[in-house]
Design a protein. Sequence first.
Length: 314
Amino acid sequence: MTAPRAFLGMSHSPLLGLNPISAEVEQSLNAAVAQARQQVLAFDPELIVLVGPDHYNGFFNELMPPFCIGSAATSVGDYLTPPGELNVATDAALALATRLMDDDFDIALSRRMQVDHGFSQALQFLWGGLDTPPVVPIFLNAVAQPGIARLRRCRQLGQAIGHFLDGLPQRTLLIGSGGLSHEPPVPTLAHPDPAIRERITIKREPTQAERAAKTQRVMDAGMALAAGDSSMKPLNPDWDKRYMDALEHGQLDALVQWTEDSIEQEAGLSAHESKTWLVARAALPQAPLRCTLHHYQAVPELIAGYGVLFMQTA
Ligand SMILES: O=C(O)CCc1cccc(O)c1O
Ligand SMILES: [Fe+2]
């Protein structure tokens, strides 16, 4: 008899609280987050596996693993998120890394991982900050091709994590943070400006001024998207619906057949963040599961196809 297990998929947007949105949109979003919080607290996890992306705050092109487990982790505190140490379950993180290596799933390990809002916003929304139950943070590269893990591999990682968890007594919550469709202004190495290419290549802490300028640039992009600026990739609620439905109904065989190109073309470059949900979801059985929260709204001001999905073993 394995311990109960739960999955929470939740988009993030660091523009929440920065860019203005209508009262109705804000209420509906806050209500969904409040429901997620209530259901997570009721589940009362003894261990959290948090799969999140990074936006050139912790991982850079000089060394970009497809996945990385952190045995210790610090939040940089970008946008409105809290800085500081995550409550990392070091022993569980190392045991997971050991098991994955033993099972032929070679995985990177960071003894001092730096994370950004891709991890901290979920913890902040659910627990009010970084004072949380013990967490195993797993980074997923969602910005730097060709090193972004393919859908198939993300599912395999989730399954391998699931096998590891089968041997643990802890009630475990798996969180995927990010997605769904969206394309915020995250630079790539195709950028014409060598200074920008350098900034996303070499690991260096940004100055306050650089951080402020980036925040402003991303805020402006959100307002441009909301205004229908044709240089911005639109959100794709239909893609988001298909993605969420596939996870909810355990249709992972079909989901991993989607082409990598179609993710970027239909849902935007940062839609690869949605793979955090797939890793987390694949650590649960395909069925039977109870889904008690399925919320979606597209919020262009926040550059977010904003979804929340919560399920647990029956
Ligand atoms: O800081 C960045 O580079 C990107 C910020 C950002 C904006 C909207 C949605 C996101 O998921 C996101 O991460
Ligand atoms: Fe993101």
